[in-house]
Design a protein around this ligand. Sequence first.
Ligand SMILES: *Cc1c(COP(=O)(O)O)cnc(C)c1O
Length: 391
Amino acid sequence: MSLANGRSYLAIPGPSVIPEVVLRAMHRASPNIYEGELHDLTDSLIPDLKAMAMTDQNVAIYIGNGHAAWEAALANTVSAGDTVLVLATGRFCIGWGEIATYMGITVQTIDYGDAASIDLTQVEDALRADTGGKIKAILAVHVDTSTSVKNDIAGLRRVLDAAGHDALLMADCIASLGCDRFEMDAWGVDVMVSACQKGLMTPAGISFVWYNAKADAAHPARVSRYWDWRARTDPDQYFQYFNGTAPTHHLYGLRAALDMIKAEGLDAVFARHQTLARTVWAAFECWSVDSPLGLNIADPVNRSHAVTSVVAGSPNGDVLRRWCEHEAGLTLGIGLGRSPADAYFRIGHMGHVNAHMIMGVLGTVQAGLIALDIPHGTGALDAAARVIAAG
Ligand SMILES: *Cc1c(COP(=O)(O)O)cnc(C)c1O
């Protein structure tokens, strides 16, 4: 007998749960890629993608995962020999910096470790120290999926302005888009990257770069032919949108996902993520009493609404994850980028998730803690239920 039989649940921070309507929208014959419905559908995505980022500026779609968007954003704005400032609050911004290093870009890093958000004062000091204006761009992650920290991106704009520094502000919203509020234009972000498989609920495979006029003006003289965002945002050159064959079925899937978000309303989507995140936190605040368990980010203001990183003690993280998967059909996220990795796990609560799914995750974790004899405080499920009950 296995209690894992039945519908499995992938509760990792991306890829996220794919809604049935998205899967159904993709289940079709290949469309004509030269004209007709697919072109109209693609055109219809552009304003909705801009609305997701709260921008009136430009968006380019790439076939590729988030790593592709990272490279695209850099290829259109900086050249080999230029310097970028990486603000590391976990594995992901470091990864973006590694892509830059491979492109011959000089990377200056401020590393805030694995459990803290960006310290704006330190950024301002680094910008003021750069009297020659060597730093061409700041690379920051809105929500770092490895640590579940959320950074103050609007604060970075204030710091750039206060220091009178001209660097581009580039943000990675791959984990946060459609989960944690992000306002590209109001926050003064020049370039933003995201991908489709997290808050946008579509199978991994397409990613996006939003950019404003200032970022476009930084366009290097010799931009990569493939990554060049200009041809990809010219509505008169449909074939160039993708520099080759369109990601046909992904476009249908994304259309359905964006329709779901529009029907719910972006503010309601954010509110749902916030309440579900608070539900998870409430459970861990109880479990962590006299226990090796704890939330990775201490201050709720700096916690993501899309993912929660948990300190569990080695090897509890791995042991609990395996128990949940093999005994209950629930897959949790690994301690990505952490050392030792088996001392951590992560819960994804992004995209197509609701109250009963999150209560199911928490109830399963509770069962695992009991089965494995991992010390934990009491009252977690009651506390979680109270958050759901309050709405
Ligand atoms: C998932 C993620 C990435 C990487 O995206 P891939 O599609 O796996 O390349 C980058 N940054 C953040 C913040 C992420 O959550």
